[in-house]
Design a protein around this ligand. Sequence first.
Ligand code: GMT
Length: 372
Amino acid sequence: MRIGISCYPTVGGSGAVATELGKALAKRGHEVHFIVTDVPFRLGTFVEHVYIHQMDTVTYPVLRTPPYDFSLAALMAKVIDEHQLDVLHAHYALPFAVCAHLAQEMAHHPAKVVTTLHGTDVTVLAQDTSLKQVIKLGIERSDAVTAVSESLIGQTRELFETNKPIRCVYNFIDPDVFQPQCGQSVRKSLARPGERVLLHISNFRPVKRIQDVIDVFARVQTQVAARLVMVGEGPEYNEARNQVERLRLGDKVDFLGRQDEVAPLVAAADLLLLPSSKESFGLVALEAMACQIPVIGTFAGGIPEVVLHGQTGFLSPIGDVEEMAAHAVRLLTDGALYRRFAEASRRRAVEHFHIADKVAEYEQLYREVCSQ
Ligand code: GMT
């Protein structure tokens, strides 16, 4: 098949999933066209059958803001026609599904639009009533819609009052990339012997509750020799650094900033902290589980569909830092429990979220929409 993919190219789960999906489809012989503002961060080196179409933004003194979305829609239409795309896969309703719909109207060749909802469009942007109608249009005009968790499907139905069929296709990992051994060399530079490593990776948005990450760690380190490794950057970054200073934890917390290749860091940790207030899936939790790293998180959104409470991690109500810290200490001080959780984590990741299975699910969906 000839498949177009549009996604946010920057660091983030949706970009990672879209890019890994595209690479995997190309390896299975499909022709994959990324239609993007920048080269996706996970693309890496040359992959046969993958083509990049990068958008030029029009700027002109009369235009106070560049007409980004129209340029993207025009590029999508051009690629649909020039490469006779069968499917255009939009990762996020806003702006990609809406642009794809415009592109369908402009193009001569009849490509189908598949939209994957990743969360922020539904759980955050749709709270703005002016955007809500646009997002709803993007969803309802798609030829097929998927969401990354059952929880997100439920929220979408409720919020948009739509009966549009939405299929759950969970996010996935490549278990050969996210595997326990890949962190061995990094571990030495993260912690001294005898110290345990707690890890947080995110874009430091308010929904990630960075303050809770640090509050949990502050409690854990009073009972277990431990370090906190913070990966990523975003709006809460400076406040996080201030909080660490205020709590006098500067010598136990490392801020590594943005990192594009996270597998070795994840595998080098002992626990992943994900205390989010909103999380449609929590890709980083799955990546940790694949590396045999249990997760301390919340019951928010789709997290319980990924992390099995009491088997591959412990989940708590949002904001309950006392309970999260107690769970972390319990796992770090009970070797047999930790090993059981670590093994169950890897098993669950490989059995339920294997890249090969999810790519096959998307392929099947593409075939279905093309035969409609
Ligand atoms: O978590 C973020 O803020 C980034 C965002 C993204 O665009 O990558 O993540 C969303 O999509 C990921 C991939 O499907 C999910 O794993 C994240 O849970 C989801 N984030 C939220 O729902 C807040």
